[in-house]
Design a protein around this ligand. Structure first.
Ligand code: LHQ
Length: 260
C-alpha cells in the first residue's frame, strides 16, 4: 500500500518506518504524503495505543530530499511546500493524543531533526547523530526545529546548533536533553519494543490529555496553566482507566488499562 514508508500495527503499537535507506530516508513529497496518511490511520484506529517512528537502514532521516527539491521548476513557494508537508507532519505528531516514540537509529538532519524532535520521547542508538543541516545549505530552520530545539536545549545551545551545523553525537545529545536514552545499536529494537509495549498497555486517554496540557501550557502563565489543568482533569477523571487505576490500587492488584 505504501512505497516509501513501512506501516505496521501489532499489539497496539503502530510503527511508521521511513523506507528510502539508500538516501538515508531523505523526505520526498510522496513520502510525506504517505507519512501523513499513516498518521491519520493512527489517529482513527482506537486499537493503536502507541506510535513508533523510525528509519530503515543506517539513517533516521536526512531531511528534505535535496535532489527532488533541486528538480522543482519555478514558480514555487517553499512556504507552501512547508505548510502542506512538514508542518502538517509536526502538528500531526504533536496533536496525536497517543504517545509517539522516536526510535532514532541513525543520523537525523534538517527536517529529519524536526521529525525526531516532534516525537514525545526519543530512544537513540549510539550511532545516532543530530544536525540542523539547514545552515549547510544557507537556510534558516524549518519543520519546527527552531521552536523544538529552543525548548529542549535553551536559546544559546540552539543558536550554536543552528548556526554552526555541528553534528551532535548520541551521548552529547543525551547530555543536552535532546534524547531520553541512548542504547547500543544492537539493543535499540528491543529497548524501543519494550517501551512501546509499556505504552500500549498504559492509560492512553490520560497520556493523550497529558500531551494536550503540555502542548498548551508552554504559552500560558502559571495561573492560566493551573486553570487549564483543572479543566483537563475534569475530562481525565471520567475515563474508564482512571476508575480502573483507583480500583486496582485499592484492591492491591495490577491495573488493566484499556485505553478508554
Ligand atoms: C541525500 C540526502 C538528502 C538527497 C543524504 N537528499 N540525498 C525544506 C524546504 C526546502 C528546501 C530544503 O530543505 C528543507 C528542509 C531541510 O530538510 S534542509 C536540510 C536538508 N538536508 C541536508 O542538507 C542534509 C544533507 N545530507 C548530509 O549532510 C549528509 O548526508 C548526512 C550528514 C545527513 C549524512 O552523512 P553521511 O553519513 O556521510 O552520508 P552520505 O552523505 O554519504 O549520504 C548517503 C547517501 O544519501 C548519499 O548518496 P550517494 O549516492 O552518494 O550514496 C547522499 O547523497 C544521500 N543523501 N542526504 N537530504
Amino acid at each position: 500500500m505504501y512505497e516509501q514508508i513501512q506501516f505496521d500495527v501489532s499489539d497496539g503499537v503502530a510503527t511508521i518506518a521511513l523506507n528510502r535507506p539508500e538516501r538515508l530516508n531523505a523526505l520526498t513529497g510522496q513520502m510525506t504524503k504517505e507519512f501523513l496518511d499513516a498518521l491519520k490511520r493512527c489517529t482513527r484506529d482506537a486499537g493503536v495505543r502507541c506510535v513508533v517512528i523510525t528509519g530503515r537502514g543506517r539513517g533516521f532521516c536526512a531531511g528534505q530530499d535535496l535532489a527532488e527539491f533541486q528538480a522543482v521548476k519555478p514558480p514555487f513557494s517553499v512556504a507552501e511546500h512547508l505548510r502542506r508537508g512538514f508542518n502538517r507532519v509536526v502538528l500531526g505528531l504533536r496533536g496525536l493524543e497517543k504517545p509517539v516514540v522516536g526510535k532514532i537509529n541513525g543520523v537525523a538532519a534538517g527536517a529529519g531533526l524536526g521529525l525526531a524532535l516532534a516525537c514525545d520521547i526519543r530512544l537513540a542508538s549510539d550511532q545516532a547523530r543530530f544536525t540542523a543541516a539547514f545552515i549547510g545549505i544557507g537556510l534558516a530552520p524549518d519543520t519546527g526545529v527552531s521552536w523544538l530545539l529552543h525548548q529542549l536545549v535553551g536559546p544559546a545551545k540552539a543558536f550554536e546548533i543552528l548556526t554552526t551545523g555541528v553534528k551532535v553525537d548520541a551521548n552529547e545529545a543525551l547530555r543536552l536533553g535532546l534524547v531520553n536514552r541512548v542504547v547500543p545499536a544492537d539493543e535499540l529494537d528491543a529497548a524501543a519494543a519494550q517501551l512501546a509495549a509499556q505504552y500500549a498497555q498504559a492509560p492512553t486517554r490520560g497520556i493523550g490529555l497529558t500531551k494536550r496540557v503540555l502542548n498548551r501550557v508552554a504559552a500560558m502563565s502559571l495561573a492560566e496553566a493551573l486553570e487549564y489543568e483543572a479543566q483537563i482533569q475534569d475530562i481525565a477523571i471520567r475515563t474508564k482507566d482512571h476508575r480502573e487505576g483507583v480500583a486496582a490500587f485499592l484492591e492491591k492488584r495490577a491495573p488493566r488499562f484499556i485505553g478508554e
